[in-house]
Write a protein that binds this ligand. Structure first.
Ligand code: URA
Ligand code: CA
Length: 441
């Protein structure tokens, strides 16, 4: 088999066989097929797409490229949650603790961010000393003990996805339905969860700009999961503006702590309650979503969620003092407001432009090798539907470089669309996809 022929076949819109998919995934993982050929194939897939069978084969080829984790030593139904990624998405830092506090074992494998801001692991590293490096044994021990562990995607878990995702990120081939579905589901399947709740984002800040595409992606992933015996559901949620107010690593961790105190942004809180409720039901800790929501609200109110975050930080070597004293987190040299020069109602906030404005500051990775600045980012003060006065601050920039701060300020101003007529905020939760079908709200 020759890689050249596969590239040409896909370029011309033909279907790749199971053997061909196994060939390129295996060859890329073991280094026998170079980056440039895989880049070309990815671009062909991006334009020509993959069908359901090819997507399922790609997923399983990536699962089989490395180890799979057996979580059967952990008691209870292991429920994992995954988001397709958005701007300023801090949900894992909130959901993990509240769901664990409700008794659902959270055995989470997270990724580093390749995009606007860091991933969950990068954010957790804002806690001095926090580490995701641990053996599988220690990981299991933590889940059995404190009910929660967050591990890194280790080299031997879906290594094909690790390489492919990094390559996609620098070749503009991330936002393809099959590649995203395969990437996410391969990691979820390999990491051994019994049940999976997917948060599929749609809107300007998501991979899926279009709502129908988001439902289709959800369906694709729900099918893959259920076909391999993992009870999987997808919740379609809005990413037409950043989630919460904070975009940036330490800033988002602080926002997560506020939310665990019951003082977080409304949208972020609602998303965590919705996803968490599904996790509790799948984890058999509540009979329905309504009962689950009540349990989760009580956990936040009683401080049990925040306590669980402290336990997680301690269990993974971090300093828990940060949870109670936000001033310990890294602070940048420059803190500057973004002032509106018009008055009116916020109609839209281009989430991906806000993400890029955070990336410019150093909050995310531009290349595989970039080093993240945990202190920098943006805190929005106005969201869709809010009224803005002329001269009022719509956001605050946290920067370590004056030039970058200026560029970012302009990008934030441009990302806001402010109009004269009154604007109603849009619903956050758009629908749910289960093995029984699609429900749109
Ligand atoms: N998250 C992933 O893990 N993979 C993708 O392809 C997109 C988002
Ligand atoms: Ca946020």
């Amino acid at each position: 088999m020759r890689m050249y022929d596969l590239i040409m076949k896909k370029r011309d819109g033909d279907e790749l066989t199971t053997e061909e998919i196994n060939f390129f995934v295996g060859g890329y993982t073991d280094g026998s097929i170079p980056d440039y050929q895989v880049s070309a194939l990815l671009m062909a897939i991006y334009f020509q797409k993959m069908n359901k069978r090819e997507t399922a084969d790609l997923t399983m080829a990536m699962v089989n490229s490395g180890d799979t984790i057996d979580l059967s030593a952990i008691e209870g139904v292991k429920v994992d949650k995954h988001s397709t990624g958005g701007v300023g998405d801090t949900t894992t830092l909130i959901l993990g603790p509240i769901v664990a506090a409700a008794g659902v074992p959270v055995a989470k494998m997270s990724g580093r961010g390749l995009g606007h801001t860091g991933g969950t692991i990068d954010k957790l590293e804002a806690f001095e000393g926090f580490s995701v490096a641990m053996s599988i044994e220690k990981f299991m021990q933590n889940v059995n003990g404190v009910k929660i562990a967050i591990g890194g995607q280790t080299a031997d878990l879906a290594p094909a996805d690790k390489k492919l995702y990094a390559l996609r990120d620098v070749t503009a081939t991330v936002d393809n339905m099959s590649l995203i579905a395969g990437s996410i589901m391969s990691k979820k399947i390999a990491s051994g969860a019994d049940a999976i709740v997917l948060d599929i984002k749609t809107g300007s800040g998501a991979f899926m700009k279009n709502e129908d595409d988001a439902f289709e992606l959800a369906r694709e992933m729900v099918d893959i999961g259920n076909n391999v015996g993992r009870n999987t559901i997808g919740v379609i949620t809005d990413m037409d503006q950043p989630l919460g107010f904070a975009v940036g690593n330490a800033l988002e961790v602080k926002e997560a702590i506020d939310t665990l105190k019951g003082e977080g942004p409304e949208d972020l809180t609602e998303l965590c309650l919705t996803l968490g409720a599904h996790m509790l039901v799948l984890g058999k800790k509540a009979k329905d979503a309504q009962e689950a929501r009540k349990i989760l609200k009580d956990i936040i109110k009683s401080g049990k969620g925040l306590q669980k975050l402290r336990e997680l930080v301690v269990a993974q070597g971090g300093n828990p003092a940060y949870v109670d004293d936000a001033s310990l987190f890294p602070v940048p040299a420059i803190v500057e407001e973004v002032i509106s020069n018009v008055k009116g109602y916020v109609k839209a906030i281009k989430a991906d432009d806000i993400g890029r404005a955070a990336l410019v500051l150093g909050a995310g990775r531009e290349t595989k090798e970039s080093i993240i600045d945990l202190a920098v980012g943006i805190v929005l003060h106005k969201k869709i539907g809010d009224f803005v006065k002329k001269g009022e601050a719509i956001a605050t920039i946290y920067a370590n470089d004056a030039q970058k701060q200026k560029i970012s300020t302009k990008m934030v101003l441009d990302a806001y669309e402010i109009v004269q007529e009154e604007i109603k905020a849009k619903p956050l939760i758009k629908g749910i996809v289960t093995k029984d079908g699609i429900t749109r709200y």
